[in-house]
Write a protein that binds this ligand. Structure first.
Ligand code: HEM
Length: 316
């Protein structure tokens, strides 16, 4: 007997709002990604998994030391105008991995989807649905309407306020003013993934000196990669503390992190590769991954339905 996902109805409602409000038909009749449509660059690289992964974590992707080919997509979350405060995304597909994958996932692919913030705009699936309902029907997204006051403060009771949303927004604002170089951000999965009988989060920390010059994020990345490799240290954060919660993306976990590998984008002319344009037909879905690292928590349950349908609408 097939079990029904307890978040199926929420996911369907969010999917309808995505189709109506966020993934609008373009003037040429095409559809773009529902979120993270503004492309910074599609890149080719390598992910090395180190031999020194601590024993209890040597499973799935971390079973053995190995170097994998990766494709990656850097994006802005909502706005094509880089002067607007916005989260930046780094989505990775790791190719030719071994092991069973999640249902409907392509064989041999392991995807990791990250953004340059430590927390999300919704604590859990219920919050996400509340946020999407507030945004439903908005004609055009602007920095002024993406923070609906009645989502942040659903009542006059300050104890019921979504302070985690305020924290995520302040972080986006801070990043926008402090640093405008995507080679220098830390990228976090925010949501947890299976690791043995427990959970983990992924992190990529910048490990190369900024070299890029230029006006835009893409120009600076292009200039960086013409001169030198772009490198990130790859960490996992296994959940070892009972106080770290699986279903609370407002929370920053306190469990220790472990260096497990290195992500390298070798020198390349990002504007000259076929991937630069062809990459827009790829889909980075957090459920396209090894079963050993299955996405966990209610937000990830929603993502299973929403990413699939976003890709179906734009690619068929
Ligand atoms: C853990 C929190 C999340 C993170 C880190 C995250 C990050 C990202 C990133 C980086 C992308 C761009 C992928 C690409 O370049 O192809 C993306 C796309 C997308 N995200 Fe999320 N996201 C999160 C949560 C959510 C949630 C809660 C939803 C909705 C319920 C959502 C819906 C989408 C959709 C529809 C796409 C476009 C997928 C496609 O058309 O291929 N995301 N997300």
């Amino acid at each position: 007997m097939k079990t029904t996902c307890p978040f199926a109805a929420m996911a369907d409602e969010i999917n309808s709002i995505c189709a109506k409000t966020f993934q609008k038909i373009q003037p040429d009749g095409s559809y773009r990604r529902t979120f993270h449509a503004p492309l910074i660059a599609n890149l080719e690289g390598e992910l090395e998994i180190f031999s020194a992964v601590p024993t209890p974590y040597r499973l799935g992707l971390f079973l053995e030391p190995k170097t994998y080919k990766v494709t990656a997509r850097f994006s802005s979350s909502l706005f094509a105008n880089e002067n607007y405060p916005d989260a930046r995304g780094m989505a990775l597909t790791i190719h030719a991995v071994s092991g069973p994958v999640c249902e409907e996932a392509p064989e041999g692919e392991h995807t990791i989807v990250t953004i340059n913030q430590p927390t999300f705009i919704a604590r859990d699936a219920e919050d996400m649905l509340a946020f999407m309902r507030k945004m439903d029907g908005v004609k055009e997204l602007t920095p002024f309407n993406v923070a609906p006051p009645t989502y942040t403060f659903p009542s006059l009771n300050p104890l019921k306020a979504r302070w985690g949303f305020v924290q995520a927004m302040l972080c986006t604002l801070g990043q926008a003013f402090r640093r405008r170089d995507i080679t220098q951000y830390q990228y976090n999965s925010l949501s947890p993934y299976r690791l043995g009988t427990s959970a983990m989060k992924y992190q990529f920390r910048p490990a190369s000196t900024p070299m890029g010059k230029g006006r835009t994020l893409r120009e600076r990345l292009h200039s960086h990669l013409l001169q030198t490799d772009l490198v990130f240290d790859f960490f996992i954060q296994p959940k070892t503390l009972a106080t770290d919660l699986v279903d609370d993306l407002f929370q920053v976990w306190q469990s220790p992190t472990h260096l497990v590998g290195r992500l390298t984008f070798p020198v390349q002319d990002i504007l000259a590769t076929a991937l630069f344009t062809e990459g827009e037909r790829l889909s980075y879905n957090p459920w396209h991954c090894l079963q050993a690292h299955e996405p966990l928590g209610s937000i990830n349950a929603l993502r299973r339905v929403v990413y699939k349908n976003s890709a179906l609408r734009r690619l068929t």
